[in-house]
Design a protein around this ligand. Sequence first.
Ligand code: CTP
Length: 401
Amino acid sequence: MRIVLGVTGCIAAYKSAVILRLLQEGGCEVLPVMTEHAQRFLGPLTLEKLSGNRVVGSLFRDSSTAIEHISLARSSDLLLVAPATANTLAKFAHGIGDDFLSTLYISTVTPTVVAPAMNVEMWRHPATQSNLEILRGRGVSMVEPEAGYLACGEVGEGRLAAPEVIVERSLRILSRGKELEGRRVLVSAGPTVEDIDPVRFLSNRSSGKMGYAIAAEAQTRGAGVTLVSGPTHLNPPPGVELISVRSAEEMATAVGGRFARSEILIMAAAVGDFAPARRCREKIKKDRASFGTLQLRPVRDILLELGEKKRAGQFLVGFAAESGDLRQNALGKLRRKRLDLIVANDISHPDRGFASDYNQVLLLDPEGGEENSPLLPKTRVAAFLWDRIQDRLASRPVQVA
Ligand code: CTP
């Protein structure tokens, strides 16, 4: 396997030497590309000597007739950019090719992985976030930075992910298509929305990020994935079949109709538990006569119903968002809904869970298995979850419906 390792200009550039070594240990040949600014932080000789390959740094190196960025793009299996600065991500997002690395990116058809590293304010800036969204929507894999002490002296998100995590993710993508190949996965995500009248509704704070990350990760690992989603602001992950729904009833119909031919169901959606007893066709006017009590009715519990219909070989995963008694409440749901695994998270912390990019989860299974994840970006919680599901599926053959 040949990996182009792109290094851009930030203090974390020195970690690219470790990344290079770990990639070699994983059996890869590494072709280093450094931007001009990266070469100010780390001498190209280091990567040259470690890789045994010349570092490409400029579009106009010599008078050779070969178009180097095209030939490199064609002869490699993966483009990994670590660390990736906000500037390089912006260029990638908008197709600007003003140096070797950005020109290489727009010439490449191989999978691309980026590991951003920057100051916390740069990371949170709407410009950076919307560039990341563009790249994710295009299928670029993101190894999100960690929260911690940054070179600028601030504390927050922006620190390059650990080299081991970046390399593990890259190697996994290189072997993509193997681990979940042949498995049919059904994921639900986002909130449900219950209309009161044509303008007002009942809903919840779910952003859909967790469910979308789970669907994207399953697709990356080779599964056939259907994502049933309530209204969100997210782009559907490439290669995933998206079914958009609004109410809990619509979600029940969409998920229920696809359940029989799915092997794994992950209900990450925050399904509303109540809906207005009746929906007014006309907008309710605010005159006193229309004041009253909003009558609610319970909605169907989708997972409970499907747990009862579960056939041998199907694997059901539920979520439990709790503000107290996390373990006990989650165990109750695991048993009641006949789940194979439950992902519990404590929603009382503002830095994780609902609407956040981060989550920390407790996994529980019916055999008494129990494991806590660290606080991780949701994309990595998705990878953590799939690793654990795969461990449990390892003993089961692929089910053909
Ligand atoms: N769920 C579902 N249908 C519902 C409500 C929940 O399928 N009507 C699923 C969720 O997608 C989640 C799991 O059941 O995977 C647990 O959801 P949660 O809202 O935490 O629990 P509830 O069973 O609704 O119980 P409570 O709200 O009382 O905690």
